[in-house]
Design a protein around this ligand. Structure first.
Ligand SMILES: [Zn+2]
Length: 73
C-alpha cells in the first residue's frame, strides 16, 4: 500500500518544483512585475506573508491566470 503514498509524495514534490519553475519563468518573462505583497492573479489577490519577499503568485494556476489576463490586452 505504500506505493500509492510514495506516488502521491513524488507528485507533490513535482508539483512544487513545477510551481517554482513556473513562477521563475514568468518572473523572467515579465521583468516589470514587482512583488507587491499579494498575488498578481486579479481573481485571487491573496496577501502574502511579508517574509515571502519577491513573491508574485500563490502558484502556477495563479501565474497562469495572470498571464492569460495580461495577454488579452
Ligand atoms: Zn493567487
Amino acid at each position: 500500500m505504500t506505493d500509492v503514498f510514495d506516488q502521491a509524495q513524488a507528485r507533490d514534490l513535482l508539483n512544487l518544483q513545477q510551481a517554482l519553475e513556473v513562477q521563475q519563468a514568468i518572473a523572467a518573462n515579465t521583468p516589470r512585475l514587482v512583488a507587491r505583497g499579494f498575488c498578481y492573479n486579479p481573481l485571487c489577490e491573496e496577501d502574502f506573508d511579508p517574509a515571502d519577499n519577491g513573491r508574485l503568485f500563490c502558484g502556477p494556476s495563479c501565474a497562469e491566470i495572470h498571464q492569460r489576463y495580461s495577454q488579452h490586452r
